[in-house]
Design a protein around this ligand. Sequence first.
Ligand code: GLC
Length: 529
Amino acid sequence: MQAKPGWWQRAALYQIYARSWRDSNGDGIGDLLGIVEGLDYLSWLGVDGIWLSPTMPSPNTDWGYDVSDYLGVHPDLGTLADMDRLIEEAARRDIAVLLDLVPNHTSSSHPWFLDAIRAKQADHRGYYVWAPPKPGGAPPNNWTDATGAPAWTLGPGGDEYYLHNFLPTQPDLNWWDPRVHTEFEKVLRFWLDRGVGGFRIDVAHGLYKDAALRDDPPAMPGDHPAALRDGHRTVYSSHRPEVHTVYQRWRQITDNYEPARVLLGETWEFDPRRLAEYYGRERPELHLCFNFAFVFSEMRARSLAAAVEATLAALPLGSTPTWTASNHDLGRLATRWCHGDQRAARTALVLLASLPGVLVLYYGDELGLGDVEIPPDLQLDEMTRGRPGGSRDRCRTPMPWQPGENYGFCAPGTRPWLPMGEQASTNVHSERADHGSVLHLCRQLLALRRCGRLAAAGPVERVLLDDQVWAFRAGETITLANFSPTTTTRELALGGPLRTLASTRPGQTGEKVGPVFKLGPWEALVLTP
Ligand code: GLC
Protein backbone atom coordinates (compact mmCIF):
# COMPACT_ATOMS: atom_id res chain seq x y z
CA MET A 1 0.00 0.00 0.00
CA GLN A 2 1.02 3.58 -0.51
CA ALA A 3 1.25 5.59 2.68
CA LYS A 4 1.62 9.08 1.17
CA PRO A 5 -1.65 11.04 1.08
CA GLY A 6 -2.79 11.86 -2.45
CA TRP A 7 -0.13 9.45 -3.82
CA TRP A 8 -2.38 8.56 -6.73
CA GLN A 9 -2.57 12.08 -8.13
CA ARG A 10 0.78 11.82 -9.84
CA ALA A 11 1.25 8.08 -9.72
CA ALA A 12 2.99 5.95 -12.29
CA LEU A 13 0.84 2.82 -12.42
CA TYR A 14 2.01 -0.36 -14.08
CA GLN A 15 -0.40 -2.92 -15.45
CA ILE A 16 0.61 -6.52 -14.94
CA TYR A 17 -1.09 -9.22 -16.95
CA ALA A 18 -0.68 -11.66 -14.11
CA ARG A 19 -0.46 -14.84 -16.20
CA SER A 20 2.36 -13.35 -18.22
CA TRP A 21 4.69 -11.52 -15.89
CA ARG A 22 6.73 -14.05 -13.97
CA ASP A 23 6.31 -17.75 -13.27
CA SER A 24 7.54 -18.81 -9.82
CA ASN A 25 6.41 -22.45 -9.82
CA GLY A 26 7.45 -23.83 -13.20
CA ASP A 27 4.05 -24.34 -14.84
CA GLY A 28 4.58 -21.80 -17.62
CA ILE A 29 1.98 -19.44 -16.15
CA GLY A 30 2.85 -16.23 -14.33
CA ASP A 31 1.66 -16.07 -10.71
CA LEU A 32 1.42 -13.91 -7.62
CA LEU A 33 4.65 -15.15 -6.06
CA GLY A 34 6.35 -14.40 -9.37
CA ILE A 35 5.14 -10.83 -8.97
CA VAL A 36 6.59 -10.81 -5.45
CA GLU A 37 9.93 -11.87 -6.98
CA GLY A 38 9.74 -8.97 -9.42
CA LEU A 39 8.89 -6.26 -6.88
CA ASP A 40 12.49 -5.13 -6.47
CA TYR A 41 12.62 -4.51 -10.19
CA LEU A 42 9.44 -2.39 -10.02
CA SER A 43 10.85 -0.49 -7.09
CA TRP A 44 14.07 0.14 -9.05
CA LEU A 45 11.97 1.29 -12.00
CA GLY A 46 10.03 3.67 -9.75
CA VAL A 47 6.39 2.65 -10.08
CA ASP A 48 3.89 3.71 -7.41
CA GLY A 49 1.26 1.08 -8.00
CA ILE A 50 0.48 -2.05 -9.96
CA TRP A 51 -2.86 -2.98 -11.47
CA LEU A 52 -3.22 -6.74 -11.80
CA SER A 53 -5.43 -8.09 -14.56
CA PRO A 54 -8.05 -10.42 -13.01
CA THR A 55 -6.78 -12.58 -10.19
CA MET A 56 -10.04 -14.19 -9.09
CA PRO A 57 -11.19 -17.76 -9.76
CA SER A 58 -12.54 -18.09 -13.28
CA PRO A 59 -13.09 -20.74 -15.96
CA ASN A 60 -11.01 -18.43 -18.19
CA THR A 61 -13.36 -18.21 -21.15
CA ASP A 62 -12.33 -14.53 -21.07
CA TRP A 63 -9.11 -15.05 -19.13
CA GLY A 64 -10.33 -13.99 -15.73
CA TYR A 65 -12.92 -11.43 -16.86
CA ASP A 66 -15.47 -14.17 -16.22
CA VAL A 67 -15.32 -14.35 -12.44
CA SER A 68 -16.74 -17.32 -10.57
CA ASP A 69 -15.76 -16.16 -7.05
CA TYR A 70 -15.10 -12.52 -6.19
CA LEU A 71 -13.47 -13.35 -2.87
CA GLY A 72 -10.78 -15.76 -3.97
CA VAL A 73 -7.60 -16.16 -6.00
CA HIS A 74 -7.36 -18.15 -9.21
CA PRO A 75 -5.46 -21.40 -8.46
CA ASP A 76 -3.25 -20.81 -11.55
CA LEU A 77 -2.04 -17.60 -9.88
CA GLY A 78 -1.73 -18.75 -6.27
CA THR A 79 -3.68 -18.52 -3.03
CA LEU A 80 -5.23 -15.87 -0.83
CA ALA A 81 -2.14 -16.17 1.37
CA ASP A 82 0.02 -15.36 -1.69
CA MET A 83 -2.12 -12.29 -2.34
CA ASP A 84 -1.68 -11.17 1.27
CA ARG A 85 2.05 -11.65 0.91
CA LEU A 86 2.11 -9.67 -2.35
CA ILE A 87 0.17 -6.79 -0.77
CA GLU A 88 2.51 -6.77 2.21
CA GLU A 89 5.76 -7.02 0.23
CA ALA A 90 4.56 -4.34 -2.18
CA ALA A 91 3.66 -2.05 0.73
CA ARG A 92 7.20 -2.42 2.09
CA ARG A 93 8.38 -0.93 -1.19
CA ASP A 94 5.69 1.78 -1.23
CA ILE A 95 3.83 0.11 -4.07
CA ALA A 96 0.03 -0.13 -4.06
CA VAL A 97 -1.70 -3.21 -5.47
CA LEU A 98 -4.86 -2.50 -7.47
CA LEU A 99 -7.11 -5.42 -8.34
CA ASP A 100 -9.28 -5.73 -11.41
CA LEU A 101 -12.94 -5.76 -10.37
CA VAL A 102 -15.53 -7.03 -12.83
CA PRO A 103 -18.98 -5.80 -11.75
CA ASN A 104 -20.73 -5.74 -15.15
CA HIS A 105 -21.03 -9.51 -15.47
CA THR A 106 -20.07 -12.74 -13.75
CA SER A 107 -19.02 -16.06 -15.17
CA SER A 108 -21.87 -18.36 -16.12
CA SER A 109 -20.22 -20.73 -13.60
CA HIS A 110 -20.70 -18.27 -10.72
CA PRO A 111 -23.00 -19.78 -8.05
CA TRP A 112 -25.38 -16.80 -8.50
CA PHE A 113 -25.92 -17.66 -12.15
CA LEU A 114 -26.10 -21.40 -11.51
CA ASP A 115 -28.93 -20.66 -9.11
CA ALA A 116 -30.53 -18.09 -11.44
CA ILE A 117 -30.93 -20.61 -14.26
CA ARG A 118 -32.59 -23.19 -12.01
CA ALA A 119 -36.03 -21.59 -12.17
CA LYS A 120 -37.77 -18.30 -12.67
CA GLN A 121 -38.46 -18.21 -8.93
CA ALA A 122 -34.84 -18.89 -7.98
CA ASP A 123 -33.36 -16.52 -5.38
CA HIS A 124 -30.70 -15.17 -7.71
CA ARG A 125 -32.83 -14.92 -10.85
CA GLY A 126 -33.11 -11.15 -10.41
CA TYR A 127 -29.32 -10.76 -10.21
CA TYR A 128 -29.24 -11.06 -14.01
CA VAL A 129 -31.05 -9.40 -16.92
CA TRP A 130 -33.83 -11.61 -18.34
CA ALA A 131 -36.38 -10.87 -21.04
CA PRO A 132 -38.90 -12.94 -23.02
CA PRO A 133 -38.43 -13.53 -26.75
CA LYS A 134 -40.21 -11.35 -29.25
CA PRO A 135 -43.22 -12.97 -30.92
CA GLY A 136 -41.67 -15.53 -33.24
CA GLY A 137 -38.82 -16.21 -30.84
CA ALA A 138 -36.29 -13.49 -31.76
CA PRO A 139 -34.12 -11.86 -29.07
CA PRO A 140 -35.76 -9.04 -27.09
CA ASN A 141 -33.93 -6.20 -28.85
CA ASN A 142 -31.10 -5.35 -31.27
CA TRP A 143 -28.21 -5.31 -28.80
CA THR A 144 -25.09 -7.17 -29.87
CA ASP A 145 -22.26 -8.59 -27.81
CA ALA A 146 -18.52 -7.96 -28.14
CA THR A 147 -18.25 -10.55 -30.91
CA GLY A 148 -21.03 -8.97 -32.99
CA ALA A 149 -23.54 -11.77 -32.23
CA PRO A 150 -26.88 -11.05 -30.49
CA ALA A 151 -26.27 -10.10 -26.85
CA TRP A 152 -29.02 -12.51 -25.77
CA THR A 153 -28.93 -16.27 -25.22
CA LEU A 154 -31.91 -18.40 -24.28
CA GLY A 155 -31.75 -19.76 -20.77
CA PRO A 156 -32.66 -23.37 -19.93
CA GLY A 157 -36.36 -23.82 -20.49
CA GLY A 158 -36.15 -21.68 -23.59
CA ASP A 159 -38.73 -19.12 -22.48
CA GLU A 160 -36.45 -16.26 -21.43
CA TYR A 161 -33.24 -14.80 -22.79
CA TYR A 162 -30.40 -13.60 -20.58
CA LEU A 163 -28.21 -10.66 -21.53
CA HIS A 164 -24.46 -10.82 -22.15
CA ASN A 165 -22.61 -7.82 -23.48
CA PHE A 166 -19.52 -10.00 -23.89
CA LEU A 167 -19.47 -13.80 -24.31
CA PRO A 168 -22.50 -15.99 -23.53
CA THR A 169 -20.39 -17.29 -20.62
CA GLN A 170 -20.42 -13.75 -19.16
CA PRO A 171 -24.03 -12.98 -18.17
CA ASP A 172 -24.60 -9.31 -17.35
CA LEU A 173 -25.62 -8.49 -13.80
CA ASN A 174 -28.82 -6.57 -13.16
CA TRP A 175 -27.84 -3.42 -11.25
CA TRP A 176 -31.51 -2.48 -10.83
CA ASP A 177 -31.57 -5.17 -8.13
CA PRO A 178 -30.36 -3.66 -4.83
CA ARG A 179 -28.95 -7.03 -3.74
CA VAL A 180 -26.28 -6.73 -6.44
CA HIS A 181 -25.14 -3.46 -4.87
CA THR A 182 -24.91 -5.10 -1.46
CA GLU A 183 -22.89 -8.00 -2.86
CA PHE A 184 -20.33 -5.71 -4.49
CA GLU A 185 -20.01 -3.46 -1.47
CA LYS A 186 -19.07 -6.62 0.43
CA VAL A 187 -16.50 -7.47 -2.25
CA LEU A 188 -14.97 -3.99 -2.09
CA ARG A 189 -14.65 -4.14 1.68
CA PHE A 190 -13.25 -7.67 1.64
CA TRP A 191 -10.28 -6.59 -0.48
CA LEU A 192 -9.86 -3.11 0.99
CA ASP A 193 -9.68 -4.70 4.44
CA ARG A 194 -6.90 -6.95 3.15
CA GLY A 195 -4.96 -3.85 2.13
CA VAL A 196 -5.41 -3.50 -1.62
CA GLY A 197 -4.67 -0.01 -2.92
CA GLY A 198 -7.91 0.08 -4.90
CA PHE A 199 -9.51 -1.27 -8.04
CA ARG A 200 -9.49 -0.94 -11.78
CA ILE A 201 -13.19 -1.23 -12.60
CA ASP A 202 -13.91 -3.28 -15.70
CA VAL A 203 -16.55 -1.93 -18.12
CA ALA A 204 -17.22 0.90 -15.67
CA HIS A 205 -19.70 2.62 -18.00
CA GLY A 206 -21.78 -0.51 -18.52
CA LEU A 207 -23.37 -1.61 -15.25
CA TYR A 208 -26.90 -0.29 -15.73
CA LYS A 209 -28.97 -1.07 -18.83
CA ASP A 210 -32.02 0.78 -20.04
CA ALA A 211 -34.92 -0.35 -17.85
CA ALA A 212 -37.18 -0.66 -20.91
CA LEU A 213 -34.45 -2.47 -22.93
CA ARG A 214 -34.93 -0.12 -25.89
CA ASP A 215 -33.12 -0.83 -29.18
CA ASP A 216 -29.76 0.90 -29.56
CA PRO A 217 -30.01 3.56 -32.31
CA PRO A 218 -27.85 3.54 -35.44
CA ALA A 219 -24.54 5.42 -35.54
CA MET A 220 -24.45 9.11 -36.48
CA PRO A 221 -21.87 10.83 -38.67
CA GLY A 222 -18.88 11.83 -36.57
CA ASP A 223 -19.27 9.04 -33.99
CA HIS A 224 -15.97 7.55 -32.87
CA PRO A 225 -15.78 4.09 -34.51
CA ALA A 226 -14.49 2.50 -31.29
CA ALA A 227 -17.56 3.77 -29.45
CA LEU A 228 -19.91 1.78 -31.69
CA ARG A 229 -21.07 -1.81 -31.65
CA ASP A 230 -22.11 -3.33 -34.91
CA GLY A 231 -22.91 0.13 -36.31
CA HIS A 232 -24.96 1.19 -33.28
CA ARG A 233 -24.55 3.66 -30.44
CA THR A 234 -24.65 1.72 -27.19
CA VAL A 235 -26.75 4.31 -25.42
CA TYR A 236 -29.31 1.86 -24.03
CA SER A 237 -27.23 -1.30 -23.61
CA SER A 238 -24.75 0.67 -21.46
CA HIS A 239 -23.73 4.27 -20.61
CA ARG A 240 -26.84 4.81 -18.48
CA PRO A 241 -26.90 7.77 -16.09
CA GLU A 242 -27.82 5.58 -13.09
CA VAL A 243 -24.29 4.15 -13.03
CA HIS A 244 -23.09 7.33 -11.34
CA THR A 245 -24.97 6.49 -8.16
CA VAL A 246 -22.85 3.33 -7.85
CA TYR A 247 -19.59 5.26 -7.96
CA GLN A 248 -20.79 7.92 -5.55
CA ARG A 249 -21.40 5.13 -3.08
CA TRP A 250 -18.14 3.29 -3.80
CA ARG A 251 -16.22 6.52 -3.41
CA GLN A 252 -17.73 7.01 0.06
CA ILE A 253 -16.65 3.48 0.95
CA THR A 254 -13.09 3.81 -0.32
CA ASP A 255 -12.62 7.27 1.15
CA ASN A 256 -13.22 5.80 4.59
CA TYR A 257 -9.98 3.86 4.33
CA GLU A 258 -6.58 5.11 5.39
CA PRO A 259 -4.17 5.37 3.69
CA ALA A 260 -5.92 6.53 0.52
CA ARG A 261 -7.32 3.94 -1.90
CA VAL A 262 -8.17 4.57 -5.49
CA LEU A 263 -10.92 3.71 -8.00
CA LEU A 264 -9.79 3.68 -11.63
CA GLY A 265 -12.56 3.16 -14.18
CA GLU A 266 -12.43 1.54 -17.57
CA THR A 267 -14.68 4.34 -18.81
CA TRP A 268 -15.26 3.67 -22.51
CA GLU A 269 -16.24 7.25 -23.34
CA PHE A 270 -15.01 9.24 -26.31
CA ASP A 271 -16.55 12.60 -25.52
CA PRO A 272 -14.42 14.27 -22.84
CA ARG A 273 -17.50 15.91 -21.29
CA ARG A 274 -19.03 12.48 -20.72
CA LEU A 275 -15.75 11.20 -19.36
CA ALA A 276 -15.69 14.13 -16.94
CA GLU A 277 -18.99 12.96 -15.44
CA TYR A 278 -17.30 9.86 -14.01
CA TYR A 279 -15.11 12.03 -11.82
CA GLY A 280 -18.36 13.27 -10.27
CA ARG A 281 -20.40 16.39 -10.79
CA GLU A 282 -22.26 17.04 -7.55
CA ARG A 283 -20.55 14.33 -5.52
CA PRO A 284 -17.15 12.70 -6.06
CA GLU A 285 -17.11 9.42 -7.98
CA LEU A 286 -14.05 7.74 -9.50
CA HIS A 287 -10.60 9.04 -8.56
CA LEU A 288 -9.25 8.17 -12.01
CA CYS A 289 -10.76 7.33 -15.39
CA PHE A 290 -9.10 5.82 -18.42
CA ASN A 291 -9.17 8.25 -21.31
CA PHE A 292 -9.90 6.25 -24.46
CA ALA A 293 -10.11 9.27 -26.77
CA PHE A 294 -6.42 9.73 -25.97
CA VAL A 295 -5.61 6.01 -26.16
CA PHE A 296 -7.12 5.91 -29.66
CA SER A 297 -5.25 9.03 -30.84
CA GLU A 298 -2.61 8.52 -33.43
CA MET A 299 1.02 9.12 -32.58
CA ARG A 300 0.93 12.43 -34.42
CA ALA A 301 1.42 15.94 -33.09
CA ARG A 302 -2.01 17.35 -33.91
CA SER A 303 -3.94 14.25 -32.95
CA LEU A 304 -2.31 13.97 -29.52
CA ALA A 305 -2.41 17.70 -28.80
CA ALA A 306 -6.12 17.81 -29.65
CA ALA A 307 -6.91 14.88 -27.34
CA VAL A 308 -4.89 16.30 -24.46
CA GLU A 309 -6.30 19.80 -24.78
CA ALA A 310 -9.90 18.59 -25.08
CA THR A 311 -9.48 16.36 -22.03
CA LEU A 312 -8.01 19.03 -19.84
CA ALA A 313 -10.64 21.56 -20.90
CA ALA A 314 -13.45 19.17 -19.94
CA LEU A 315 -12.31 17.68 -16.62
CA PRO A 316 -13.67 19.22 -13.43
CA LEU A 317 -11.21 21.37 -11.51
CA GLY A 318 -8.93 19.33 -9.29
CA SER A 319 -9.55 16.02 -11.05
CA THR A 320 -6.65 13.86 -12.18
CA PRO A 321 -6.34 12.85 -15.84
CA THR A 322 -4.77 9.54 -16.81
CA TRP A 323 -2.52 8.93 -19.81
CA THR A 324 -1.93 5.57 -21.36
CA ALA A 325 -1.40 4.14 -24.84
CA SER A 326 -1.51 0.41 -24.25
CA ASN A 327 -3.32 -2.38 -22.48
CA HIS A 328 -4.21 -6.07 -22.70
CA ASP A 329 -7.07 -5.41 -25.14
CA LEU A 330 -5.65 -2.86 -27.54
CA GLY A 331 -1.96 -3.68 -27.74
CA ARG A 332 1.44 -2.44 -26.65
CA LEU A 333 2.47 1.12 -27.33
CA ALA A 334 5.62 0.21 -29.26
CA THR A 335 3.40 -1.50 -31.83
CA ARG A 336 0.04 0.27 -31.88
CA TRP A 337 1.38 3.83 -31.66
CA CYS A 338 4.93 3.40 -32.91
CA HIS A 339 4.77 0.56 -35.47
CA GLY A 340 7.88 -1.00 -33.97
CA ASP A 341 10.06 2.12 -34.24
CA GLN A 342 11.97 2.28 -30.96
CA ARG A 343 12.72 5.98 -31.45
CA ALA A 344 9.00 6.67 -31.51
CA ALA A 345 8.50 4.47 -28.44
CA ARG A 346 10.94 6.68 -26.54
CA THR A 347 9.08 9.79 -27.63
CA ALA A 348 5.78 8.24 -26.55
CA LEU A 349 7.20 7.57 -23.08
CA VAL A 350 8.51 11.13 -22.76
CA LEU A 351 5.13 12.48 -23.75
CA LEU A 352 3.12 10.20 -21.45
CA ALA A 353 5.41 10.90 -18.52
CA SER A 354 5.41 14.66 -18.86
CA LEU A 355 1.66 15.24 -18.96
CA PRO A 356 0.09 16.26 -15.64
CA GLY A 357 -1.67 13.46 -13.78
CA VAL A 358 -1.40 9.69 -13.76
CA LEU A 359 0.61 7.58 -16.16
CA VAL A 360 -0.40 3.97 -16.75
CA LEU A 361 2.22 1.74 -18.34
CA TYR A 362 1.47 -1.74 -19.62
CA TYR A 363 4.15 -4.28 -18.67
CA GLY A 364 6.90 -4.25 -21.28
CA ASP A 365 6.25 -0.64 -22.35
CA GLU A 366 9.26 0.29 -20.26
CA LEU A 367 11.38 -1.98 -22.49
CA GLY A 368 9.90 -0.85 -25.79
CA LEU A 369 8.40 -4.34 -26.09
CA GLY A 370 6.14 -4.86 -29.09
CA ASP A 371 3.23 -7.19 -29.78
CA VAL A 372 3.94 -10.78 -30.83
CA GLU A 373 1.93 -12.26 -33.69
CA ILE A 374 0.42 -15.55 -32.51
CA PRO A 375 -0.38 -18.13 -35.21
CA PRO A 376 -4.11 -18.93 -35.40
CA ASP A 377 -3.71 -22.47 -34.05
CA LEU A 378 -2.03 -21.15 -30.89
CA GLN A 379 -4.47 -18.32 -30.20
CA LEU A 380 -6.26 -18.67 -26.88
CA ASP A 381 -8.51 -15.63 -26.67
CA GLU A 382 -11.96 -16.80 -27.63
CA MET A 383 -13.40 -13.29 -27.97
CA THR A 384 -10.98 -12.18 -30.67
CA ARG A 385 -9.82 -15.42 -32.33
CA GLY A 386 -9.78 -14.91 -36.10
CA ARG A 387 -11.18 -11.35 -35.82
CA PRO A 388 -10.03 -8.73 -38.37
CA GLY A 389 -8.25 -6.60 -35.71
CA GLY A 390 -6.20 -9.64 -34.67
CA SER A 391 -6.21 -11.68 -31.49
CA ARG A 392 -5.62 -9.93 -28.17
CA ASP A 393 -3.12 -12.69 -27.41
CA ARG A 394 -0.56 -10.67 -29.36
CA CYS A 395 -0.18 -8.25 -26.44
CA ARG A 396 -0.55 -10.78 -23.62
CA THR A 397 2.66 -12.69 -24.26
CA PRO A 398 5.05 -13.30 -21.35
CA MET A 399 7.52 -10.70 -20.08
CA PRO A 400 11.13 -11.13 -21.27
CA TRP A 401 13.44 -10.91 -18.25
CA GLN A 402 16.77 -12.04 -19.66
CA PRO A 403 18.33 -13.51 -22.83
CA GLY A 404 18.04 -17.27 -23.39
CA GLU A 405 15.33 -19.90 -23.37
CA ASN A 406 11.94 -18.55 -22.28
CA TYR A 407 13.66 -15.24 -21.59
CA GLY A 408 13.66 -15.94 -17.86
CA PHE A 409 9.85 -15.83 -17.68
CA CYS A 410 9.68 -19.51 -16.76
CA ALA A 411 12.22 -22.26 -16.23
CA PRO A 412 14.04 -23.68 -19.27
CA GLY A 413 12.24 -26.75 -20.58
CA THR A 414 8.85 -25.34 -19.52
CA ARG A 415 6.38 -24.22 -22.14
CA PRO A 416 5.10 -20.66 -21.58
CA TRP A 417 1.29 -20.47 -21.76
CA LEU A 418 1.61 -18.17 -24.80
CA PRO A 419 4.57 -18.06 -27.19
CA MET A 420 7.05 -15.24 -26.54
CA GLY A 421 8.29 -14.48 -30.05
CA GLU A 422 11.86 -13.44 -30.86
CA GLN A 423 12.94 -10.69 -28.52
CA ALA A 424 16.58 -9.91 -29.54
CA SER A 425 17.87 -7.66 -26.73
CA THR A 426 14.47 -6.46 -25.51
CA ASN A 427 14.59 -7.86 -21.99
CA VAL A 428 15.06 -6.51 -18.49
CA HIS A 429 18.59 -7.84 -17.95
CA SER A 430 20.07 -6.54 -21.22
CA GLU A 431 18.39 -3.17 -20.95
CA ARG A 432 19.44 -2.68 -17.34
CA ALA A 433 23.02 -3.20 -18.44
CA ASP A 434 22.70 -0.58 -21.20
CA HIS A 435 22.42 2.96 -19.91
CA GLY A 436 21.17 4.15 -23.26
CA SER A 437 18.20 1.74 -23.28
CA VAL A 438 14.48 2.53 -23.37
CA LEU A 439 14.33 1.06 -19.87
CA HIS A 440 16.80 3.58 -18.46
CA LEU A 441 14.96 6.44 -20.14
CA CYS A 442 11.71 5.22 -18.61
CA ARG A 443 13.29 4.95 -15.18
CA GLN A 444 14.69 8.44 -15.45
CA LEU A 445 11.28 9.82 -16.42
CA LEU A 446 9.59 8.12 -13.48
CA ALA A 447 12.24 9.51 -11.13
CA LEU A 448 11.56 13.03 -12.45
CA ARG A 449 7.85 12.53 -11.81
CA ARG A 450 8.53 11.32 -8.29
CA CYS A 451 10.54 14.37 -7.33
CA GLY A 452 7.86 16.64 -8.77
CA ARG A 453 9.80 17.98 -11.74
CA LEU A 454 7.49 16.31 -14.24
CA ALA A 455 3.73 15.81 -14.33
CA ALA A 456 2.85 18.55 -11.85
CA ALA A 457 -0.90 19.21 -11.68
CA GLY A 458 -2.06 22.14 -13.75
CA PRO A 459 -2.66 23.25 -17.31
CA VAL A 460 -0.86 22.20 -20.47
CA GLU A 461 -0.09 25.32 -22.48
CA ARG A 462 0.59 25.04 -26.16
CA VAL A 463 3.95 26.58 -27.10
CA LEU A 464 4.05 25.33 -30.69
CA LEU A 465 1.98 22.96 -32.77
CA ASP A 466 2.30 22.06 -36.42
CA ASP A 467 2.11 18.86 -38.45
CA GLN A 468 5.45 17.60 -37.19
CA VAL A 469 6.24 19.19 -33.85
CA TRP A 470 4.36 19.74 -30.63
CA ALA A 471 5.80 21.73 -27.75
CA PHE A 472 3.89 22.35 -24.53
CA ARG A 473 4.53 23.83 -21.14
CA ALA A 474 3.35 21.88 -18.09
CA GLY A 475 4.39 23.26 -14.72
CA GLU A 476 8.02 24.36 -14.95
CA THR A 477 8.93 22.18 -17.89
CA ILE A 478 8.54 22.37 -21.63
CA THR A 479 8.23 19.16 -23.63
CA LEU A 480 9.23 19.40 -27.25
CA ALA A 481 8.78 16.48 -29.63
CA ASN A 482 9.31 15.69 -33.28
CA PHE A 483 6.57 13.28 -34.32
CA SER A 484 8.22 12.28 -37.57
CA PRO A 485 11.14 10.27 -38.91
CA THR A 486 12.79 13.33 -40.48
CA THR A 487 15.08 15.87 -38.86
CA THR A 488 13.57 19.32 -38.43
CA THR A 489 14.47 22.65 -36.89
CA ARG A 490 12.26 25.01 -34.88
CA GLU A 491 12.92 28.18 -33.01
CA LEU A 492 11.13 28.58 -29.72
CA ALA A 493 10.95 31.97 -28.05
CA LEU A 494 11.04 30.73 -24.51
CA GLY A 495 12.60 33.69 -22.75
CA GLY A 496 15.85 32.81 -21.05
CA PRO A 497 18.25 29.90 -21.24
CA LEU A 498 17.03 26.34 -20.83
CA ARG A 499 18.59 23.05 -19.94
CA THR A 500 17.68 19.54 -20.99
CA LEU A 501 16.05 17.64 -18.16
CA ALA A 502 15.39 14.50 -20.19
CA SER A 503 15.93 13.45 -23.75
CA THR A 504 15.14 10.50 -25.99
CA ARG A 505 18.78 10.67 -27.05
CA PRO A 506 20.94 9.07 -24.38
CA GLY A 507 23.50 11.32 -22.71
CA GLN A 508 21.88 14.65 -23.63
CA THR A 509 20.76 15.64 -20.14
CA GLY A 510 21.97 18.86 -18.50
CA GLU A 511 22.97 20.63 -21.72
CA LYS A 512 22.19 24.30 -22.24
CA VAL A 513 19.94 24.55 -25.28
CA GLY A 514 17.80 26.83 -27.48
CA PRO A 515 16.35 29.00 -28.77
CA VAL A 516 16.93 27.07 -32.02
CA PHE A 517 16.31 23.35 -31.76
CA LYS A 518 17.41 20.84 -34.35
CA LEU A 519 15.31 17.77 -33.63
CA GLY A 520 16.40 14.42 -34.98
CA PRO A 521 13.89 11.76 -36.13
CA TRP A 522 11.38 11.16 -33.34
CA GLU A 523 13.46 13.16 -30.92
CA ALA A 524 11.82 14.50 -27.79
CA LEU A 525 13.24 16.77 -25.11
CA VAL A 526 12.06 17.94 -21.74
CA LEU A 527 13.42 21.40 -21.00
CA THR A 528 13.65 23.36 -17.80
CA PRO A 529 14.83 26.89 -16.93
C1 GLC B 1 -12.87 -5.18 -20.50
C2 GLC B 1 -11.57 -5.94 -20.38
C3 GLC B 1 -11.52 -6.99 -21.44
C4 GLC B 1 -12.68 -7.95 -21.22
C5 GLC B 1 -14.00 -7.21 -21.17
C6 GLC B 1 -15.08 -8.05 -20.59
O1 GLC B 1 -12.96 -4.45 -21.65
O2 GLC B 1 -10.49 -5.04 -20.44
O3 GLC B 1 -10.31 -7.70 -21.43
O4 GLC B 1 -12.72 -8.90 -22.23
O5 GLC B 1 -13.93 -6.07 -20.35
O6 GLC B 1 -14.87 -8.24 -19.22
